[in-house]
Design a protein around this ligand. Structure first.
Ligand SMILES: NC(=O)C1=CN([C@@H]2O[C@H](COP(=O)(O)OP(=O)(O)OC[C@H]3O[C@@H](n4cnc5c(N)ncnc54)[C@H](OP(=O)(O)O)[C@@H]3O)[C@@H](O)[C@H]2O)C=CC1
Ligand SMILES: CC(C)(CO)C(=O)C(=O)O
Length: 307
C-alpha cells in the first residue's frame, strides 16, 4: 500500500513517521524548506512513546509528483487546504482514498467537490504534538489515537486494508464504523478547548483557578454540544462525561494546538474550527455567546498578526 502523507508538520510527521518506522511504504509531500530540513536532519520524533530519527525519509515535491497513491493522509492546516489540494491532486487516481486529519468538518465538502465523495474517508486524530525550534516533531503527552472510516459507516475492504497497515505502526489506530459521529465529538471537544484556552491565554488548570473559570469551560462545552446536537450528531453520554472530566481536571496543563500556535505567533484555523461552528449554530438558531467572543478574539488576533 503506497501512502502519501501531505505535510510533514506535527501530525503528518508524527503519524507518517510511525508508519515509516514500521516499514510501510510512505512518501512525504513537502514544500522546499521542509524537504531540505528532512534531507539534512532526517525526520526526528521526540515522544514519550519512544524517540526515533528516520534518516532520509522519502519525500516528493508537488512539481515532481506523478504516481498515483493508494492512500493520501492529509495533514495540512485548513488555511493551506486549497494549495495542498493543488499539490497532491496528481497523486489521486480512481482507487485513491483520502484520509483528512484536519480538525473541523468543512474540509470534507471541499475535498468532495474536488475529488468526489467516494474518495474521501472520514478521519481524525487525538494527540498533542508540535514542531520545536529545531523542527523536530515533539509529542507533548503520551495520549494518541487516529481514526478513519467510511462516512456511511460500512466496513469496506479498503478501510480493512488501511487499518491493517496503520495498526502495524501506530498505537491507537482504529477503523471506525461511526466516523461522522466521532468527528463531530472531536470537534465539540477541540472547539471548546481551543476557544477557551485561546481566549483565556491559559491552560485548563489555570482557567479553573480563576473566578468563573469552571462555569466558563462547561458553558463553552454546552454551546458546542448544542450545535452538534442540532446538526444531527448529539454527543454521546460517555463522550460527554469524559470531556467534562478533561475540562474540569484541576491542575491540568492541557491546551489546544490553536493556543500553542497563538503563543508562537503562528496563523490559526479560526474560520475553520470556530467560525464554521458558529455558522452552523446560526443556521440552527442555537445561541452561542461564549463561542462568539472567542471567535471575535481570534479574528482580532489574525488582524493584528497580518499587521
Ligand atoms: N498539532 C496537534 O496537536 C493537532 C493538530 N490537529 C490538526 O491537524 C492539522 C495539522 O496540524 P499540525 O500538524 O499541527 O500543523 P503543522 O503546521 O505542524 O503542519 C502542517 C504541515 O502542512 C504542510 N503543508 C501545507 N501546505 C502544504 C502543501 N501545499 N504541500 C506540502 N505540505 C504542505 C506545512 O508545510 P510547511 O512546513 O512547508 O509550511 C506543514 O508542515 C490541523 O488541522 C490541526 O488542527 C489535530 C489534532 C492535534
Ligand atoms: C483536542 C486536541 C487537543 C487533541 O487532539 C486537538 O486536536 C488539538 O489540540 O488541536
Amino acid at each position: 500500500m503506497r501512502i502519501l502523507v501531505v505535510g510533514a508538520g506535527a501530525i503528518g510527521g508524527y503519524f507518517g513517521g510511525r508508519l515509516l518506522q514500521a516499514g510501510r511504504d510512505v512518501t512525504f509531500l513537502v514544500r522546499p524548506r521542509r524537504a531540505s530540513e528532512l534531507a539534512s536532519a532526517g525526520l526526528v520524533i521526540k515522544s514519550p512513546n519512544g524517540d526515533v530519527t528516520l534518516k532520509n525519509p522519502p519525500t516528493v515535491q508537488a512539481d515532481a509528483l506523478k504516481d498515483k497513491f493508494d492512500v493520501v493522509l492529509l495533514s495540512c492546516k485548513a488555511f493551506d487546504l486549497d494549495d495542498a489540494i493543488k499539490s497532491f491532486a496528481a497523486a489521486v487516481g480512481p482507487n485513491t482514498a483520502i484520509i483528512p486529519m484536519l480538525n473541523g468538518m468543512k474540509h470534507l465538502d471541499t475535498l468532495d467537490a474536488r475529488f468526489g465523495k467516494e474518495r474521501v474517508l472520514g478521519g481524525l486524530c487525538a494527540i498533542a504534538a508540535t514542531l520545536n525550534e529545531k523542527r523536530e516533531v515533539v509529542q507533548l503527552q503520551p495520549m494518541q489515537s487516529i481514526n478513519y472510516g467510511e462516512r456511511d459507516g460500512k466496513m469496506s475492504d479498503r478501510v480493512k486494508a488501511i487499518d491493517e497497515a496503520f495498526k502495524s505502526g501506530i498505537t491507537g489506530a482504529t477503523a471506525s464504523q461511526n466516523i461522522m459521529q466521532d468527528m463531530w465529538e472531536k470537534w465539540v471537544f477541540l472547539s471548546s478547548l481551543a476557544a477557551s484556552t485561546s481566549l483565556m491565554r491559559a491552560s485548563v488548570g489555570d482557567i479553573l483557578t480563576a473566578p468563573g473559570g469552571r462555569d466558563f469551560l462547561l458553558g463553552m462545552l454546552d454551546e458546542t454540544s448544542a450545535i452538534a446536537a442540532a446538526s444531527g450528531y448529539p454527543p454521546g453520554g460517555p463522550f460527554f462525561e469524559r470531556v467534562k472530566g478533561n475540562l474540569t481536571a484541576e491542575g491540568s496543563p492541557m491546551t489546544a494546538s490553536m493556543f500553542r500556535d497563538i503563543k508562537a505567533g503562528l496563523p490559526v484555523e479560526a474560520d475553520h474550527v470556530i467560525g464554521d461552528l458558529i455558522a452552523r449554530a446560526d443556521a440552527a438558531k442555537v445561541p452561542v455567546p461564549k463561542l462568539r467572543i472567542a471567535y471575535t478574539h481570534l479574528k482580532a488576533y489574525e488582524k493584528q498578526r497580518a499587521g
